[in-house]
Write a protein that binds this ligand. Structure first.
Ligand code: F6P
Length: 364
């Protein structure tokens, strides 16, 4: 019987549990044994109880639970060769040669490197007597499949990542609440949202809540006088009779010289220049926790099932697939190409080529 393992890695995202449930149940339906690796890559390194065989009922209720029940970690040991050697040995001893990883781009790159290094790792384990020749031969190829679990929606080659829509709902609910109190007091609010170097959450939340101004890393405010432009725009809104001002800033927002633009800078600007009674709200981890919305439950379920199919179809010479969503269809794309393209955005931003950064984020 084929043994398929799933782990969740990096920052948690709502919907990760639904992907674990789907992988476990689809594996069982397809006649395989399913395993959950606890605490991300750390569980592979530690082995033993951290790699648990999962039954159908073990994932009951998983659809609606936020975070990741099997745990996640940003694992230092897995970045070192000794850690990956331990992980390879634990997998072979358990008889597992297929790993589905649900995480962000860093976690998925780690998975693909692990696959590339696998024959070397096995050879070393045979040399040191930790594996037999027979074991190494029986598990000569590691199959890796990626699922993108990230609230940031920062992965290239997929329209949407697991957890991003729930997070967006959470942000919009919070901004709706802030808007009502802002209106009552005729105040301005600067709201900082997550997303790291990706402005998707800030941009979509801004559109959905009718924000006055939005700051994202991929499209910094233009010109040296952006502060004047922002203030005159907000003044215009106020002159039209608006009783509230909402400015949304992505945590990674920058100006066109790559200097950070912080919520505090913006609050001070609105206070000093426009004399608005201004408050600042950093939404933080409330954005990431809690029950996944229907979209994320279903996305994670469909992609989890497809991940199992991809494992069963995989051949030693085919590149590791990433399960993506393109034009409303669940599809397989080349994992490493997607990760490389994601890295291109950061490179374009660092050379101040913001047009390319925008295009890479939204090829349409
Ligand atoms: O990548 C997801 C994310 O929530 C980012 O938006 C944020 O910058 C980061 O993780 C926060 O990480 P941590 O939970 O380790 O503070």
């Amino acid at each position: 019987r084929r043994k398929i393992a799933i782990l969740t890695s990096g920052g948690d995202a709502p919907g990760m549990n639904a992907s674990v449930r789907a992988v476990v149940r689809a594996s069982i339906i397809r006649g395989c044994d399913a395993y959950a690796v606890h605490e991300g890559y750390q569980g592979l390194v530690d082995g033993g109880d951290m790699i648990k065989k999962m039954g159908w009922d073990d994932v009951q209720q998983y659809l609606s639970i936020g975070g990741t029940v099997i745990g996640t970690a940003r694992c230092k040991a897995f970045r070192e060769r000794w850690g990956r050697l331990k992980a390879a040995k634990n997998m072979v001893k358990e008889g597992i040669d297929a790993l589905i990883v649900c995480g962000g781009d860093g976690s998925l790159t780690g998975a693909d490197l692990f696959r590339a290094e696998w024959p070397d790792l096995l050879e070393e384990l045979v040399k040191t007597g930790e594996l037999t020749d027979g074991e190494a031969k029986a598990f000569a190829h590691l199959n890796i499949v990626g699922l993108v679990g990230s609230i940031d929606n920062d992965m290239s080659s997929t329209d949407i990542t697991i957890g991003a829509v729930t997070c967006l709902h959470r942000i919009c609910e919070s901004i709706d609440s802030i808007s009502s109190t802002a209106s009552s007091h005729s105040r301005a609010f600067v709201v900082e949202v997550m997303g790291r170097h990706c402005g998707w959450l800030a941009l979509m939340a801004g559109i959905a809540t009718g924000a006055d101004f939005i700051f994202i890393p991929e499209r910094p405010p233009s010109g040296e006088n952006w502060q004047d432009n922002m203030c005159s725009e907000i003044k215009r809104h106020r002159d039209l009779g608006k009783r509230k001002t909402i400015v949304i800033v992505c945590e990674g927002a920058i100006d066109s010289n790559l200097n950070p633009i912080t919520a505090k800078d913006l609050m001070d600007l609105l206070t000093d220049r426009l004399h608005l009674d201004t408050r600042m709200t950093i939404l933080g981890h409330v954005q990431r926790g809690g029950t996944p919305c229907v979209f994320d439950r279903n996305l994670a379920t469909m992609q989890g099932v497809e991940a199992v199919e991809a494992v069963l179809d995989s051949r030693p010479d085919t590149p590791s697939p990433l399960i993506a969503m393109c034009e409303n269809k669940v599809v397989r794309v080349d994992l490493m190409k997607a990760v490389e393209k994601t890295g291109e955005v950061a490179k374009a931003i660092s050379r101040k080529d913001f047009n390319t950064a925008m295009k890479l984020r939204d090829p349409a």
